[in-house]
Ligand binder design. Structure first.
Ligand code: AMP
Ligand code: MN
Ligand code: MN
Ligand code: MN
Length: 283
């Protein structure tokens, strides 16, 4: 069993990169990718843990994009996380996120909620602040009853205090990833998009933009959805990958490798990705 999608406290998870590596080893995973949102900051520590574990550790990222007006997440796997251009590109995105966060704080304050950037900094273990951290501060300040309530009433994609940051278009994310020698794979298709969205057409378009595969294994996919995406990957000759999207204590009940219990990402996918990586090299 492998797991190609997880988060550490460098984005919005709760585990350190070392703890993730050790937990994967204990769970008997053959491979684990660390794919924090829009940051490479945890990867040095994650990869440094390799000698202590039998699990193959895979460096990754999950880049926030917008596609047809909806949020689409692009996974980059096996990328050179020390690549200077990639680091510069990701740093630029981080600055955009910071400015977005300041704008969201202002909107919440305008509603009489006394949230500050300092409150968010105190909630987040590193300097990457996402809406997950907003939700936790809002609950703490009793401006929301639960994180779900905070997203529903205030900071969700349709909420009055949400401000999008200029996210990447998929083509740009693909370029960032592939320029750094990585593989570009769409995360959890189906999530964040309306029912009936034509993933067959969208994925063909994304393939033309350089996408090499997408997740067909994801904890909350039902059997019908999983079969659909597996068949689509076969039809389009794209790699079907997947993982738990583990966030530690921020997504309780979601475990490494197995997700909510039924997830099983076959080992063979690792070899397929590795050979694709060897073929592609750097563009
Ligand atoms: P950001 O990148 O700061 O805009 O935050 C995006 C993150 O917020 C996502 O990766 C999710 O973890 C979380 N999120 C977004 N919408 C919701 C929602 N409706 N309920 C719970 N978490 C959400
Ligand atoms: Mn997340
Ligand atoms: Mn995601
Ligand atoms: Mn994720």
């Amino acid at each position: 069993m492998i797991d190609l999608h997880s988060h550490s406290l460098f984005s919005d998870g709760t585990d350190t990169p070392e703890a993730l590596a050790l937990a994967a080893d204990q769970a008997g995973l053959r491979a684990l990718a660390l794919t924090d949102h829009d940051t490479l900051a945890g990867l040095e520590r994650f990869m440094a843990a390799q000698p202590q574990v039998a699990t193959r550790l895979v460096p990754g990222i999950e880049l926030s994009c917008r596609f047809m007006g909806r949020p689409l997440h692009m996974l980059g796997l096996f990328l050179d996380f020390r690549d200077p251009l990639l680091r510069q590109r990701v740093a630029f995105m981080r600055q955009q996120r910071l400015e977005r966060n300041q704008a969201m704080v202002q909107r919440l304050q305008a509603k009489g909620i006394p949230i500050t950037m300092a409150d968010l900094a105190a909630e987040a273990p590193t300097d990457l602040i996402s809406r997950t951290h907003f939700a936790r501060v809002l609950v703490r300040q009793r401006a929301a009853g639960s994180p779900e309530d905070a997203f529903r009433r205030l900071i969700g994609d349709d909420g009055p205090c949400y401000v999008p940051f200029p996210e990447l278009v998929p083509q740009e994310a693909v370029r960032w990833i592939r320029d750094a020698g990585g593989l570009a794979l769409v995360a959890h298709p189906g999530r964040g998009f309306p029912r009936g969205f034509r993933w067959d057409e969208a994925m063909l378009e994304l393939k033309h933009q350089g996408v090499q595969g997408f997740e067909a294994y994801y904890p909350d996919y039902g059997p019908v959805e999983q079969s659909y995406f597996l068949a689509l990957a076969g039809k389009l000759d794209l790699v079907a990958c997947g993982g738990s999207d583990y966030h530690g204590g921020h997504k309780p009940g979601q475990e490494l490798g197995v997700g909510t219990g039924g997830l099983h990402v076959p080992d063979g996918i690792l070899e397929r990705l590795q050979s694709l990586c060897a073929l592609g090299g750097r563009r």
